[in-house]
Design a protein around this ligand. Structure first.
Ligand SMILES: [Mg+2]
Length: 362
């Protein structure tokens, strides 16, 4: 279907969103000329091949996942927004879906609560966004789920009433004592990859050594995983960077390489991702098998897809992808950029709460 302009596309999207089955519209593959489709194939190839063959596809995959230029494709975008309507327009639907249910909010950090900036150490959250998150956490259990080290995310956000899942969910801690959404007296704590700590440290040092000659490359120690940022590396050096990373991790079959936006990530091979973190947190809150919960997850990255997929498999909750451009995703809704999240989050959830209160007074 071709929509002639964004306005009518959005109107149709909202109409679709209002239908009963719209919480989980089917995952719509993008047309083959779309580069994301190519990227998916590349990533599959990476996963299918052994370490030796990986690097051949790694550079292509780095380019595909971190485009420096992108052609405008109105047709693709309109078709995509039809299947992933803006979360800004979904208030009515959340109202309906949340009736009698406990909303639990999950938020990615980089690219969702903060903009993607050149220096990852300066990916600060704005005061408005912090206030928005604080307001939401007053109403609902709220968790930040990030690839970063938990302590670093906490230092950015600085809200002790939240759950924090750092290192892609491999380091989870609940709110400090005395907060509303804390479960009993027990501190929620989960670190399934603890035994990998010495190895991660060793690889961190080796990576620092190997990439120090590549201008702009930055290695970040996220405690249970490592990130090699290349957002400040010239594209002609990406191949060399990929080579160096591969050189280091080839001796560590217990570690695997994954990708985010302009970042290579090294993590333990254990099956534990943001999706597992979401499930662990729901279980900790007492909603493991419950139908009375509405998890809402907002994220911008490929790693957030694991959480979107869990929501889709549970047939429960709302996945919202922050993206300006069409992407293959398991999320059902979209936001264009982080600043929209600071607007959408309090408006939508605050609205839900107000409606619940009004209803109770009737
Ligand atoms: Mg992100």
């Amino acid at each position: 279907m071709v929509i002639s302009d964004t306005q009518s596309g959005l109107a149709m999207a909202i109409a679709v969103a209002m239908t009963e089955s719209a919480l989980f519209p089917p995952v719509v593959p993008l047309v083959s000329r779309n580069r994301y489709f190519t990227r998916k194939k590349l990533l599959k190839k990476l996963e299918a091949n052994g370490n030796g063959a990986r690097i051949n596809a790694l550079l292509d995959s780095m380019r595909a996942s971190s485009p420096t230029r992108r052609p405008t494709d109105t047709e693709d975008h309109n078709s995509w927004i039809l299947h992933h309507p803006s979360a800004l327009n979904m208030f009515e639907e959340i109202m309906r879906a949340s009736k009698g249910k406990q909303i639990v909010v999950f938020l990615d950090y980089d690219g969702t609560l903060s903009p993607i900036v050149e220096d990852p150490d300066r990916a600060f959250i704005t005061t408005e966004m912090r206030e928005a998150v604080r307001d939401v956490a007053k109403l609902f259990p709220t968790a930040i789920v990030s690839g970063r080290c938990r302590a670093k995310v906490y230092n950015f956000v600085r809200l002790s009433e939240l759950y924090y899942a750092g290192s892609h969910g491999m380091d989870i801690k609940g709110p400090a004592k005395g907060h509303t959404h804390r479960k009993g007296n027990q501190t929620v704590l989960c670190q399934p990859a603890r035994e990998f700590l010495p190895m991660i440290d060793e690889v961190y040092k080796a990576l620092m050594e190997n990439v120090k000659y590549i201008p702009g490359a930055k290695v970040e120690n996220n405690k249970f995983c490592l990130s090699v940022h290349y957002r400040c590396v010239e594209e002609k050096k990406w191949g060399e960077l990929g080579d160096q990373v591969k050189l280091v991790i080839k001796d560590y079959p217990q570690l695997r390489l994954t990708q985010g936006r302009k970042v290579l990530e090294i993590r333990p091979t254990i099956k534990w991702d943001k999706g597992n973190a979401l499930e662990f947190l729901l279980e900790s809150l007492g909603y493991a098998e419950s139908d009375d919960v509405l998890p809402v997850y907002i994220g911008d990255d490929r790693t957030d897809e694991d959480a979107f997929r869990v929501l889709r498999e549970r047939g429960q909750g709302l996945g919202i992808l922050v993206s300006k451009t069409p992407k293959e995703t398991n999320a059902s809704y979209s936001l264009q950029e982080p600043s929209e999240a600071s607007y959408a989050v309090p408006q939508t959830f605050g609205g839900v709460e107000e409606a619940v209160r009004t209803k109770a007074l009737e």
